[in-house]
Design a protein around this ligand. Structure first.
Ligand code: F3S
Length: 411
């Protein structure tokens, strides 16, 4: 790889051992992917978040102990938060999990992270502009950054994300290159999604039918909001590993379909009409491994919700009470919780007996040890990943209203 003089200096250790190690990781990665040079990046989103994986804890600590500092604005994904522990009165925490979560938090904060602890960093001030090179982890955020914002990131993995944030560089390959951002599948949307559930279903279909491709979506409705795109991309990324899509007339690299295909032809075309959506709803329905009132918990907030979504949860919960044998958990960023508290939504949610877990993610909670077996969720992404490692829970996927209906009784 051709390195600049400055990059050679970093690699020689002139800026300390942490930066040297970071640059060594990045040059090796670049060589493996055939990159010819490094790209300077403007932001990073890292995942110092796996308290149940000791290697992950030790890697973050290693960089911090070597005196590493993030060279660019860097946010972090949700992590298991020590300040949430004492809110789980009925569910004792595992001591090892608490200790590891505390070690992770201390180490990543020593590296200089902006402590957002959210999987929607673009709503927490990490907002790259069109065309900027960045290094993000978190599949839903990566899809949003590439597609909705037009920034450029690969699906950065744990360890590489820290190295990139410290060096302020990533090897230039994959989605950082113009030629790898060209659309290659045409998706004709005949169905017009309206609700978040609809957008999740369309994202599921696009993920399933365009796995590993770059879909160009024609006729995405003009009323589509950022929240809709968040849900759409999160589900497409989870179901089919979609890291970039173009929505014609909506996303920055697709003012026209011709622009998205750069004058070329799609490899194949698919149609999303009423019939396809009806079948997808049935398939998604089959994601549910049970359907009766015997639930242990409801989980919402995957990805982390906006104020609008917290408002919807509050409206559904108003005048209701969560059944005594059910835990109702909403995972969210501190910022959205603070604003929602000022607007009265948090009081309503908590008065109904639900818990709001700030900066956290259910994937890191010891649900098995808590005895959870059957969980209901309004998140298609969560429903897809939930019955596998590390949770192995039975899942029932439904919209917010139905989740609330099953988990509560009227006051
Ligand atoms: Fe966010 Fe955790 Fe879901 S990181 S997208 S809440 S799995």
């Amino acid at each position: 790889m051709k390195l600049t003089k400055e990059e050679e200096k970093i690699l020689s250790g002139a800026y300390g051992e942490a930066a040297r190690l970071a640059m060594e990781i990045l040059t090796r990665l670049g060589a493996a992917y055939g990159a010819s040079e490094m790209a300077t990046i403007q932001s990073a989103h890292v995942g110092a978040v796996y308290p149940h994986l000791l290697a992950s804890v030790e890697l973050v600590e290693r960089f911090a102990n070597l005196g590493g500092k993030f060279a660019i604005p860097t946010t972090t994904n949700p992590s298991h938060q020590p300040y949430n522990f004492n809110r789980w009165k009925e569910f004792p925490e595992l001591i090892s999990l608490q200790e590891n979560a505390t070690r992770l938090k201390n180490a990543v904060e020593r590296l200089g992270v902006i402590p957002t602890y959210s999987c929607t960093p673009y709503f927490q001030g990490n907002l790259p502009r069109f065309g900027e090179n960045i290094s993000w982890m978190e599949s839903s955020a990566i899809c949003f950054a590439n597609s909705v914002l037009g920034a450029r990131t690969n699906r950065t993995t744990m360890g590489v994300d820290l190295a990139a944030a410290i060096a302020g560089r990533v090897p230039k390959f994959g989605l950082l290159l113009d030629e790898n951002r060209i659309g290659n599948v045409l998706v004709r949307m005949e169905f017009q999604p309206k609700t978040m559930f609809d957008y999740g279903t369309c994202g599921y279909l696009v993920g399933k039918l365009c796995s590993g491709k770059i879909p160009v979506i024609e006729n995405m409705p003009r009323h589509t909001t950022l929240n809709h795109l968040k849900r759409f991309g999160a589900t497409a990324a989870c179901e089919g590993g979609i890291a970039l899509y173009h929505a014609v007339g909506i996303t920055p690299e697709a003012r026209t379909a011709r622009e998205a295909f750069r004058g070329g032809k799609p490899e194949f075309e698919i149609k999303i009409g009423e019939e396809e959506v009806r079948k997808a709803v049935k398939e998604i329905d089959e994601l549910s491994t049970f359907k009766d009132k015997q639930i242990d918990a409801v989980v919402m907030g995957c990805p982390h919700p906006t104020v609008e979504e917290l408002k919807e949860i509050a409206q559904c919960l108003q005048g209701r009470k969560v059944r005594g044998n059910v835990k109702f958990c909403v995972f969210a960023s501190s910022e959205m919780v603070n604003w929602s508290r000022q607007m009265g939504y948090v009081d309503i949610i908590e008065a109904a007996g639900a818990d709001i877990l700030e900066g956290d993610c259910i994937l890191f909670c010891p649900t098995k040890e808590w005895g959870w077996k059957r969980v209901m969720t309004n998140s298609a992404k969560y429903a897809i990943i939930l019955p596998s490692d590390p949770t192995w829970l039975d899942v029932w996927y439904a919209d917010t209203k139905e989740c609330v209906e099953v988990a509560t009784t009227l006051e």
